[in-house]
Design a protein around this ligand. Structure first.
Ligand code: KG4
Ligand code: ZN
Length: 357
């Protein structure tokens, strides 16, 4: 209805996110506390620390979101909260706080699957009709799926080891990119994208294309990471020097890594497009690819995917960067999509513990 208001809460990983959207999908306000800098300093996410930071920030982040929108808890229609997947300790903080608010103000909870939220959010800003193909690429996930409807997915493939953002982050750390002032406050993926732009001779590094013998839509990034580490180690030995002082070879290695990851993503996405065609999963007049997740911010990856789409007559969509990475808006939007279809509106708050399958 016209006065529908959804509060979204996201704490699945290292961002405490909150947002309020209207029944028309308009963003009234959002707040995001990112733990990124803390984890960069620690060389990775330590679950106990992530939980502690969520605990410290959940209340002020939610309060700030309400304040900025000029909305009081009493006026909310429902609270959407991420229940899975993610770091259990982190998820628990959002869930507990959402339950507390739901009980106190007698509001229903709409449980959200983090990946579904990534997959549906582009519908908030683009006119994208079901069914469509989605490629989700982030620090925690890598998958291809057909989004048939809200809560209705056909998984085509996923990573058999780690995620592309995760290997970018690990490579950036091993290369000590953070010691370069330009890169000290950005994610590993962004640092690698910027360094790659400065490359002059990326072809000097040979990196394998993973899973070429497998005729499915799965991904694997571990082998690429190992090859990059091997090349780095060789260069370090050769120069008798530590990684971040190696420039320009570091830039070339970043470019080689980015190109290899891109090639793999394109290879698997093409398989998915062909599979959808053969199995009539996407109608001819509905050929749409949505790319989301933090790694979708990468312009090289996106422009190569755009080329692929042109070839197969697909339209390509990606949400703006602030909607690609983790945030509260995508959770609120998924909540609204479920509310519109009357799905998963939980009023028996205690039953959430059973329902979170
Ligand atoms: O979706 P997200 O915020 O969190 C989850 O992992 O769920 O994605 C964060 C990941 C990090 O691994 C980061 O290095 C990567 O996305 N990333 C990028 C870029 N911006 C963020 N990777 C490549 N190029 C970028 N421009
Ligand atoms: Zn995510």
């Amino acid at each position: 209805s016209s006065n529908t208001l959804i509060l979204g809460i996201e704490t699945s990983c290292d961002d405490t996110g909150c947002a309020i959207i209207s029944g028309q999908g308009k963003i009234l306000s959002q707040s995001l506390y990112s733990q990124n800098l803390v984890h960069l300093r620690n060389g990775g996410i330590i679950p106990d620390i992530a939980q502690e930071l969520h605990r410290a920030h959940i209340e002020p982040v939610v309060a700030e979101t309400l304040n900025k929108a000029g909305v009081i808890m009493e006026n909310l229609t429902a609270i959407a909260v991420t229940l899975e997947p993610g770091l259990p300790l982190s998820l628990a903080v959002g869930k507990k706080y959402a339950k507390h608010l739901a009980r106190k103000f007698n509001k229903p909870i709409i449980p959200i699957h983090h990946m579904e939220a990534h997959a549906l959010t582009p519908r908030m800003v683009h006119d994208i009709k079901f069914p469509y193909l989605v490629l989700l690429i982030s620090g925690g996930h890598c998958l291809l799926a057909v989004v048939q409807d809200v809560k209705k997915f056909k998984l085509l493939g996923e990573s058999i080891d780690c995620a592309p953002g995760e290997i970018f982050d690990k490579m950036a750390r091993k290369m000590k990119l953070r010691n370069i002032p330009d890169y000290c406050k950005i994610s590993g993926g962004e640092a690698i994208e910027l360094a790659a732009l400065k490359a002059t001779n990326p072809d000097m590094f040979k990196l394998p294309l993973p899973l070429t013998d497998y005729k499915d839509c799965n991904f694997s990034f571990n082998g690429l990471k190992t090859s990059v580490f091997y090349h780095l180690y060789k260069k370090e030995k050769e120069h008798n020097i530590v990684a971040h002082e190696l420039i320009p070879e570091i830039n070339d290695l970043c470019a080689a890594a980015l190109m290899a990851v891109t090639r793999h993503l394109i290879h698997r996405t093409q398989r998915a497009i062909e599979f959808c065609h053969l199995n009539k999963l996407i109608p001819e007049n509905n050929k749409q690819l949505v790319v989301s997740g933090g790694v979708a911010c990468n312009n090289h990856i996106f422009s190569c995917l755009s080329e692929l789409c042109k070839e197969f007559d697909y339209r390509i969509f990606r949400p703006p960067p602030n909607l690609c990475t983790d945030n509260g808006i995508m959770i609120a939007w998924n909540g609204l999509e479920k509310l519109r279809k009357n799905l998963d509106i939980v009023t028996e708050i205690d039953s959430l513990d059973i329902k979170a399958d």
